[in-house]
Design a protein around this ligand. Structure first.
Ligand code: RIB
Ligand code: CA
Length: 312
């Protein structure tokens, strides 16, 4: 029997992060070896608590949760509580998780797990890249032990979601994103524009959420606020960025179109800080390190979500 692929997820739960985590928990080709938690959507205290609660609801208290860094590397940034709820999980006031996070810092856990699973590790980053950047500063050899690195972030033709030019994860900690893109020879990137290209019709999502499972029931509750916000602000489709990235991570065979290009992260610029600048005409001479997801099999994508919510 083929050994499962060890999967380490850095995440800032967040409602779309939670959907991505349920997809990972439901995939029999991967073994989730840990969750390292970033600040981003909401503050670290909430993102850690949300990760622990989601593991509990999914019956996955075997997955260790490691708290990361509460602030971006250099400059404070606004959170996205207005999208996800002030607690990041729809402000439903769920009973606190029974379990606590591990005492090991996320950056140290990333390094330790990269050694334990050297050469096989699938690393997926669904939030600001602060923990990954810190791990790189502690040990620049980290990329050598990571088999594949999938990142949700950026806006490859400049259609941002937090500023006109920048996507939230990269805008929250541009210096971290810069360090990460400098360090990894290959990053499989699912950006905001790929998210928009793979929207989920609200009526279809509502049907999936009627599945008779604790996961579906919990997810229906924590996602209601952001789904209503999305209907009001973005129309009849819901956009779950981290779910797109997780589909790309778990089932890369579903990617129908990928572009390989150099990408740089803008750190200055009154209007462009945090932008992911793609060298589409390859004028810079830098390597094509970003493998940018342009099109994914929508039916496969939706099937992964439906199955993750219905799982017992
Ligand atoms: O821009 C979308 C990203 O920002 C997603 O990862 C979402 O969870 C937020 O972190
Ligand atoms: Ca996220």
């Amino acid at each position: 029997m083929t050994k499962k692929i060890p999967l380490l997820i850095d995440t800032d739960p967040g409602v779309d992060d939670a959907l991505a985590l349920l997809m990972a928990f439901n995939d029999d080709r991967h073994d989730v070896v840990g969750l390292t938690i970033a600040a981003g959507n909401v503050g670290l205290r909430h993102t850690v608590r949300n990760a622990l609660k989601l593991c509990e609801v999914a019956g996955r208290d075997d997955v260790p949760v490691f708290a990361g860094t509460p602030e971006p590397l250099l400059h404070p940034a606004p959170d996205a509580g207005y999208v996800h709820g002030q607690d990041g999980f729809g402000d439903i006031g769920y009973p606190p998780p029974a379990r606590s996070a591990e005492t090991e810092h996320a950056a140290l856990a990333i390094l330790r797990l990269s050694h334990e699973h050297a050469g096989r590790l699938l690393l997926v980053a669904l939030g600001p890249l602060t923990n990954i950047a810190l791990a790189l500063k502690l040990d620049p050899t980290l990329p050598q032990r990571v088999a594949r690195f999938v990142v949700m972030g950026g806006a490859v033709t400049g259609h941002g979601n937090i500023t006109p030019a920048a996507e939230f994860n990269f805008y929250f900690d541009p210096e971290a994103a810069h360090l990460v893109f400098q360090a990894f020879g290959r990053i499989d990137l699912a950006d905001w524009e790929a998210t928009i290209a793979h929207g989920l019709h609200h009526e279809r999502v509502a049907e999936w959420l009627r599945a008779d499972s604790p996961r579906a029931r919990f997810y229906a509750g924590i996602s209601e606020k952001t789904r209503l916000w999305s209907i009001d602000r973005r129309g009849d489709h819901w956009y779950a960025a981290d779910a797109v990235a997780m589909a790309f991570a778990l089932a890369p065979e579903g990617a129908l179109e990928v572009a390989e290009r150099p990408v740089a992260i803008e750190l200055q610029g009154a209007h462009t800080r945090g932008a992911s600048v793609v060298d589409w005409r390859r004028e810079s001479g830098r390597p094509d390190s970003a493998h940018i997801l342009l099109k994914y099999d929508q039916d496969r994508f939706e099937g992964l979500i439906r199955a993750a919510l219905a799982a017992g």
